[in-house]
Design a protein around this ligand. Structure first.
Ligand SMILES: [Zn+2]
Length: 588
């Protein structure tokens, strides 16, 4: 991710020719292998030859297993960084409103706001009949709660009360739906239910739906909201996870359609959960290899899925000089991941999802330094990879017909070392274009360049890439919106619709030809930064150089919404939207 600060005097460290590495353990390592300083053109027009020359011709990553003694990558700390699935054993849906017959731990009811401001919430039969029925069963508890909390049913509001053991339900929650005339989404019910489940730890839950076709959305949001990140805590810091025996949705319909909606909700929320799990874990756990292993696990578990992981040597054979240059400074070797799905029967669409997979972005020699550089958050620079792998997991569980899916991640780490690429280096990407590196922190687009070239060779019907690409996009759109660039109106509309369905926000930005000169280099074909102004646009224009105009392509810059700074956690952004987009393409 590039963050170009106004005052940034980019800290460009000098290459200390004979500097020794001091390991945290106090062990002093000699300069990395005597074979590594022989040539100076790290990433010249022939990456494979140059890289191999630097490694004395050995077809291996320059860091031997011995030098990895001081790696902080945790294989044996005993910490299981994989999250357990949210604790709901069973989901069911009933057609009716239950006639207020549910007995259990938690009851969640939707309440509409009165149409006229200032009016009180009506519990009268005929206005919100189900509330009236429940109010009777609960001995007036709803009317009481409405009054004591001055509850108006505004969208996003909730009122809670514990009724105790003598009552048919132990806890009652009212969730505001806003005015019925302006009602457009029941999605907010899901997080409200999740909040209660996390707090009350109920065994049995009943959720009355507000009407409309919202069963899947509410269930999906509820399951997503139950995500709990306990992985790196011990002892009293560990928050006890909910363990719900069943959740019953009233008014969601019964039969196959409802069952399908709940299955989809489960699959999609688990996909989003995988994204949170990957994005939320630090770089000493989520390494390029860990991303590759995640893809392998999906391929192993689900029918129709296959995975191919290419190392440095194979990528060099494909002349991926841009991607490999970024990777070469890290002790963790690059892992180019290609996960694919072939449905049973004919596929009439072939789609590719490409995710930026920088497991850590130090900025390289243009080190992220100083306030606002967010270097400590650069574990989330694989948010795009997290999103496409999460989408893959959701799709794997759903096994859509008629669509072939490819998921591609050029995973690596952008680090500083004697091996690292330098500002000023000229790289050659796998489509033959040369790139002058004016900033080693604009590395994501270099990895994506080769990933997009690879993606298009698959001759797909469309390519969508997701990347935490630029700080400029966060400046432009803030933390709620992902930026979207595409020259294809149909693709834009389909992605926007998918995002809206999933409650995620994308905003279309211009692929402004006027700014193309900004990424023209004096000495090479392209330069990898186009200045601060319109920085997210010139980044998109750079990527466009690696996809020919014949393939519909969209670029999503998700640097803003991928992380919730208030909660200090991953949002899972992108996974559900991308899965939804693939599903709609499958049926269109
Ligand atoms: Zn960067």
């Amino acid at each position: 991710m590039t963050i170009l600060l106004r005052s940034a005097s980019a800290a460009v460290a000098r290459r200390g020719a004979g500097a020794a590495f001091m390991a945290p353990s106090g062990v002093i390592f000699p300069p990395l292998a005597t074979t590594t300083t022989t040539t100076s053109c790290a990433s010249s027009s022939s990456p494979s030859a140059a890289l191999l020359a630097r490694r004395g011709g050995a077809a291996m990553w320059p860091f031997s297993s011995a030098t990895r003694l001081f790696s902080t990558t945790n294989a044996d700390t005993g910490i299981n960084w994989r999250t357990q699935a949210p604790g709901v054993a069973k989901l069911e849906s009933l057609a009716g409103m239950g006639d207020a017959t549910f007995k259990g731990d938690l009851l969640v009811l939707p309440v509409f706001q009165p149409e006229e401001d200032g009016d009180d919430v009506q519990l009268a039969v005929g206005t919100q009949p189900i509330l009236a029925a429940w109010d009777k069963v609960l001995g007036g508890a709803i009317a009481d709660l409405v009054q004591t909390k001055d509850f108006k049913g505004k969208a996003g509001s909730a009122a809670r009360v514990r009724l105790g053991k003598g009552s048919a339900v132990k806890s009652l929650t009212l969730v505001g739906m806003g005015k019925k005339s302006a009602f457009n989404s029941a999605r907010a019910m899901g997080p409200a239910v999740a909040t209660d489940v996390k707090a009350e730890k109920p065994k049995t839950v009943a959720v009355v739906l507000p009407g409309g076709d919202c069963l899947g959305a509410v269930a999906e949001e509820m399951l997503s909201g139950l995500y709990l990140d306990n992985r790196f805590k011990t002892g009293e810091g560990v928050e006890k996870a909910a363990s719900v025996e069943y959740v019953t949705f009233f008014g969601g319909g019964g039969g196959g359609a409802a069952e399908g909606a709940l299955e989809k909700a489960q699959a999609v929320s688990e996909g989003g959960g995988l994204t949170k799990e990957l994005v939320g874990a630090p770089a000493n756990y989520v390494t390029p290899k860990a991303l590759a292993d995640t893809a392998r696990a999906i391929a192993e578990e689900y029918e129709g899925w296959e995975v191919k992981v290419m190392g440095q040597k194979e990528c060099a054979e494909l002349k991926m000089g841009a991607y490999l240059a970024v990777a070469q400074g890290s002790m963790d070797p690059p892992e180019f991941i290609h996960l694919s799905y072939k449905p049973k029967g004919e596929a009439n669409k072939k789609l590719v999802l490409v995710g930026k997979g920088l497991t850590f972005d130090s900025g390289g020699y243009n080190l992220k330094a100083g306030a606002g550089s967010m270097i400590e958050l650069m574990k989330f620079d694989m948010g795009g990879a997290g999103a496409v792998l999460g989408a893959a997991k959701a799709l794997a569980a759903l096994a859509p017909e008629g669509v072939e899916v490819h998921v591609i991640v050029a995973a690596c780490e952008n680090m500083i070392s004697a091996q690292a690429y330098r500002p000023g280096d000229i790289l050659k990407a796998s489509n033959g274009k040369t790139i002058e590196v004016l900033n080693t922190d604009a590395e994501g687009r270099l990895t994506l360049a080769d990933a997009l070239v690879y993606a298009e060779k698959l001759e797909p019907d469309a390519i969508v890439d997701a990347a935490t690409l630029t700080g400029a996009c966060v400046i432009a759109l803030g933390g709620e919106y992902g930026g979207m660039w595409t020259g294809d109106d149909k693709l834009a509309a389909a992605l926007e619709a998918a995002a809206t369905t999933k409650g995620e926000k994308l905003w279309r930005m211009p692929l402004a030809e006027e700014y193309k000169p900004n990424i023209k280099s004096e000495i090479a074909d392209l330069k990898n930064v186009g200045g601060r102004e319109g920085g997210s646009i010139t980044a998109a224009l750079f990527l466009q150089e690696f996809v020919t105009k014949k393939t519909p392509w969209a670029h999503l810059d998700i640097a803003g919404p991928v992380w919730n700074p208030k909660k200090g956690g991953a949002t899972g952004f992108g996974a559900r939207t991308l899965a939804q987009w693939v599903l709609t393409q499958a049926s269109s």
